[in-house]
Design a protein around this ligand. Structure first.
Ligand code: ISJ
Length: 414
């Protein structure tokens, strides 16, 4: 019996499974796990499926999971800005390369002339910034000896550091430099056509000759005339189109504040139970000792999550204020209605406060996730819109107004 080839398997299945990471613009991107994939290679995946006359299934993968997932047959091809490397080529095939890439400087546009060569860059007065761990970092380690090097771990804000003048140059892949120019026009790729190093993007395939031949032939047909110098198939127009895609300007633009709002509302929704308990027991609304408990361990937890501890405390103080405001509103209403006692009230100590404590942890997690968005004032109108997008009682809506103050306050240093 003849072995079943990859291509026959795909056609029989009626589905092309494409592995993709979703974190690499302009090739493969999605804002969150629930958002659709978009990008230059997502479009290519759609075209390949159309050519095969099968459906497309995009299989999420990660950079560290790429080779294991291919070996485990989780997808038929991986697409999304993958570079050809010797290491990967030991266990897989690569398609023909569709893009030439390599390291190039990116700097403020008015300083492009100052940072043309490595010799110009590698001066004591230059502040080079680099993200740790990857090929950018090893390139800097090998080539930068005299300049000041700042290792900066946050990929979402690293380019802002150059834009605001805290650093001068980053050495990164030409495609990344060109993309950042689109996102932040004050930054310019220095010479993305003549990179310091050379690497190639290609699609990653299982070791099946027939399947590789099919993909390569498809790529040849899709390409414009090859680039004369490099002989790489020419997808420049396609990649340029995706470079100009209206990507979110910063990662913060893609952060949804809705889950944070939902947790804040969830906390407020527990206040009816709290108030009923106090009403029945004749207890005051305010309990300063309990408030102290609520904020006691916040600082440490916040710091561990990368949130300013003082700000975290201010945020929870606002949640407590809102909680008391809402309980007062209930008390006034029950007074008017002449209610004396409620039946079946849940225990504050046994039930409601443990629930509140659990919400504290969840809120901190959510604050950490949305932190880049909270720090970015340009996100505040979106944040306020999210807070208004709930249908709740008048009392809850007005308590939420109190609760959201620290999120948009510019008084408190986050
Ligand atoms: C919610 C309660 O009521 C008030 C509000 C608190 C809070 O929001 O955590 C804490 C203590 C009280 O001042 C409570 O007593 O648990």
């Amino acid at each position: 019996m003849l072995p079943v080839t990859k291509k026959a398997e795909i056609v029989k299945r009626g589905i092309l499974r494409v592995g993709t990471t979703g974190d690499y613009k302009p090739f493969s991107y999605r804002a969150s796990a629930n958002s659709p994939f978009v990008g230059a290679d997502i479009e290519m995946a759609q075209r390949l499926a159309r050519r095969l006359q099968v459906k497309l299934e995009l299989v999420p993968t990660t950079w560290s999971g790429l080779m294991p997932d291919l070996a485990a047959d989780k997808f038929d091809i991986a697409m999304g800005g993958i570079s050809i490397s010797e290491e990967r080529a030991k266990q897989a095939y690569f398609s023909l390369p569709y893009l030439r890439d390599g390291k190039t400087p990116i700097t403020r546009c008015d300083e492009v002339a100052r940072y043309q060569s490595l010799a110009q860059i590698d001066q004591a007065s230059t502040r080079v910034i680099v993200n740790p761990g990857g090929t950018n970092h090893s390139f800097v380690t090998q080539n930068i000896k005299s300049a000041q090097v700042q290792v900066y771990p946050d990929n979402n804000t690293i380019f802002d550091q150059i834009a605001i003048g805290k650093a001068d140059v980053m050495l990164t892949d030409a495609i990344e430099a060109r993309l950042q120019h689109e996102l932040k026009p004050s930054l310019c790729a220095v010479h993305p056509e003549q990179t310091f190093t050379v690497s190639f993007k290609a699609y990653l395939l299982p070791q099946d000759r027939e399947w590789k031949a099919y993909v390569d032939q498809w790529l040849r047909e899709e390409a414009s005339a090859p680039e004369p110098e490099t002989k790489v198939l020419n997808f420049n127009a396609h990649v340029d189109k995706w470079l100009h895609h209206p990507w979110p300007r910063t990662h913060a633009d893609a952060i949804s504040f809705d889950p944070l709002r939902d947790l804040m509302v969830q906390r407020l929704n527990l206040m009816e139970d709290v108030a009923k308990h106090k009403w029945n027991q004749g207890l005051p609304i305010e309990d300063l000792q309990r408030e102290q408990q609520v904020v006691a361990n916040l600082g440490q937890q916040a710091a561990a999550l990368g949130i300013s501890p003082a700000w975290a405390e201010a945020f929870f103080r606002a949640q407590i204020e809102a909680a008391k405001q809402l309980q007062s509103a209930y008390f006034e209403q029950w007074q008017r209605q002449g209610i004396t006692k409620f039946e079946n009230v849940v225990s504050l100590e046994q039930v409601t406060r443990p629930k509140l404590d659990q919400l504290t942890g969840q809120l901190l997690q959510e604050l950490a996730r949305t932190w880049p968005g909270l720090l970015d004032q340009r996100q505040h109108s979106r944040l306020l819109a999210s807070m208004q997008r709930i249908s709740a009682s008048q009392a809850i809506s007005s308590a939420l107004q109190t609760a959201q103050q620290p999120l948009v306050s510019t008084q408190i240093a986050k």
